[in-house]
Design a protein around this ligand. Structure first.
Ligand code: HEC
Length: 285
């Protein structure tokens, strides 16, 4: 067996090198005693570090991996998202499940970067007066959401959330929904609605189809499923989407319909059933 031996001490540095070290220290003293040089030095150091770390993230394609099932919001969901932002729901609700055991036990699988890729601006947030909403889709019925938003204490007596009854009273103004999608597409560098054939041209029709009971939703569902799973998807691979009258008032498409459609799709696009089982089982053992 070989024994570890201490490496021989390096030969002492030649005197000329020693001299340059001394002069470097002298220069350093100049920098340390001149506030402008010091600030400039700090700036150059931090900027170099920042450039090396951040710049590649803008060009590397794999920074955000494509995940099966992810798609941009439908026009109705997008209208709901805009109302969510308008009403400031993000002041009390985050939308990101952190990869910690307590969060995963409570909310489900931790959030993936790809799950926010169509969110401009993202809604991650850091304030949780209320629970995280990243995976609230499918947790409650449409009826529960409507009652809860009209009067939170009617379903959760101890709730401190404010009511938003006006959402149920106000007809949804979607005259500019196509323009909103076109704008988002620019922000998303043409990778949001451009690849979905007819998404912007049929925006208003798609919105009406999603919120109207017994409407023909085939074109809408196919459009967004093709994006989520690829045009060669199997017939049973259909994207999740809340359809029909969502707020209990079939006569008019209200802001409530839009917000409920948005809440119901949150965190449901990617199928985590397999992953969750494995994770839980591993922990319980
Ligand atoms: C002042 C803080 C506050 C604001 C603003 C707020 N919420 Fe809440 N929210 C809460 C609290 C607290 C709860 C937990 C009690 C409850 O269920 O009502 C909650 C619960 C919820 C839940 C149920 C979550 C779950 O998993 O049980 C949903 C959905 C929700 N809020 C949606 C919204 C939406 C949509 C808006 C904006 C229109 C909004 N909230 C604005 C505080 C807030």
């Amino acid at each position: 067996m070989r024994r570890a031996t201490c490496p021989a001490a390096p030969p002492s540095a030649p005197s000329s090198k020693g001299g340059s070290t001394v002069s470097l220290i002298k220069h350093h003293e100049k920098i340390e005693t001149n506030v402008f040089l010091l600030v400039l030095g700090i700036f150059i150091t931090v900027a170099t570090g920042g450039l090396v770390e951040i710049v590649p993230l803008f060009s590397i394609k794999s920074t955000i991996e494509n995940v099966r099932g992810m798609r941009p919001y439908t026009p109705l969901e997008l209208a709901g998202r805009d109302i969510y932002v308008r009403e400031g729901c993000y002041n009390c609700h985050s939308q990101m499940v952190r990869p910690f055991r307590d969060e995963i036990e409570r909310y489900g699988h931790y959030s993936l970067a790809a799950e926010s890729k169509f969110d401009h601006p993202f809604q991650w947030g850091s304030k949780r007066t209320g629970p995280d909403l990243a995976r609230v889709g499918g947790k409650y019925s449409n009826d529960w959401h409507t009652r809860h938003l009209i009067d939170p204490r009617s379903v959760v007596p101890e709730s401190i959330m404010p009511g938003y009854p006006h959402l149920a009273r106000r007809a949804l103004d979607y005259s500019d929904i196509g323009a909103r999608m076109a704008t988002l597409d620019v922000v998303g560098r043409g990778e949001m609605y451009t690849p979905i054939e007819g998404a912007i041209d049929n925006a208003a029709a798609d919105l009406e189809a999603q919120a109207t009971p017994d409407a023909d939703t085939d074109a809408l569902v196919a459009r967004y499923s093709d994006f989520a799973f690829g045009a060669d998807r199997a017939e049973d691979e259909v994207t999740t989407m809340a359809l029909g009258d969502l707020d209990g008032n079939p006569d008019v498409i209200t802001e409530m319909d839009a917000v409920v459609a948005y809440l119901q799709v949150l965190g449901t696009m990617v199928d985590f059933t397999q992953v969750d089982d494995g994770r839980r089982a591993e922990w319980i053992r």
